[in-house]
Unconditional design. Structure first.
Length: 215
C-alpha cells in the first residue's frame, strides 16, 4: 500500500500555534515601537511645564493639559511666516506646473503634416477630416499634403490647421444616395455622415463607387 503524500507547498500549510504566537508578539512590538514615539510627542506638546519637568522631558499622559507650547511657537511669527511662504510657493509652483502642462498638451494636440501623412498611410486612407470637437473645420488628403510637402519640405513639421483644405460636406444618415453622389467631386472627395449632431462616419468616392457596383 502506497502512502499518499500532500501536494500542497510548505507555505500553504496551516501554521502552528507557536508560529502564530510569535508573529503576533513581533507585530505587536513593531506597532508599539512605531506608535509610542508619536503619542509621546503629541502628549508632551500638550503637557504643562510642570508635567514635562516631572516626566523628565517626556510625557505620555499629561495631567495638566496646556497649549502654552503652541502659543510660544506662534508668538514670534516665524511659524506663521513659514506657513505663508510654503503656501505661496505651493500655489505658484502648482500654477506654473499647470501652465506648462497645458502648453505641452496644446502643442501635442495639434497634429503636424508629418503625423497626418503617417496616419493615412497606417490606415490606408487617402483623406482625413480635421475636427475641432464635434465640428469639422477642414480636411486633408494624401495627394494635397504630399504635393505641398514636396514643394516645401519644411511644411512637414507645421500643423495641419495651417495648410488644410475646406471641410467636407455634412450629410444626414437618412439622406438619399443620389443626393450624396452629387456632393462627391474632385473638390469634395468625401462627405461626413451626421446623426443627431454627431459625426458617425465618412463616405468617400471610393466607398460610393463600390456600393454602386455591388447593387
Amino acid at each position: 500500500m502506497i502512502a499518499r503524500t500532500s501536494a500542497r507547498p510548505p507555505w500553504m500549510e496551516r501554521p502552528r500555534r507557536a508560529q502564530l504566537t510569535a508573529k503576533v508578539v513581533i507585530f505587536g512590538m513593531i506597532l508599539v515601537a512605531v506608535i509610542y514615539p508619536f503619542l509621546s510627542v503629541i502628549a508632551t506638546s500638550l503637557a504643562s511645564q510642570q508635567d514635562v519637568d516631572a516626566g523628565g522631558g517626556m510625557v505620555l499622559l499629561p495631567l495638566h493639559p496646556s497649549l502654552e507650547a503652541y502659543a510660544s511657537i506662534f508668538q514670534g511669527g516665524v511659524i506663521s511666516r513659514a506657513i505663508v511662504v510654503s503656501v505661496a510657493i505651493t500655489t505658484v509652483g502648482t500654477l506654473l506646473s499647470v501652465a506648462v502642462t497645458t502648453g505641452l498638451a496644446y502643442g501635442l494636440s495639434r497634429p503636424t503634416v508629418r503625423q497626418a501623412i503617417g496616419l493615412m498611410a497606417l490606415h490606408d486612407v487617402s483623406q482625413l477630416p480635421v475636427m475641432d470637437g464635434a465640428n469639422c473645420v477642414g480636411s486633408v488628403s494624401d495627394w494635397s499634403l504630399s504635393q505641398k510637402s514636396l514643394e516645401n519640405p519644411k511644411l512637414l513639421d507645421t500643423t495641419v490647421s495651417e495648410i488644410m483644405d475646406s471641410p467636407f460636406p455634412m450629410v444626414a444618415s437618412d439622406q438619399p444616395v443620389d443626393s450624396v453622389v452629387k456632393l462627391l467631386s474632385k473638390a469634395n472627395p468625401a462627405v461626413l455622415v451626421q446623426e443627431h449632431g454627431v459625426v458617425q462616419g465618412i463616405v468617400t468616392r471610393s466607398d460610393m463607387l463600390h456600393f454602386m457596383m455591388s447593387r
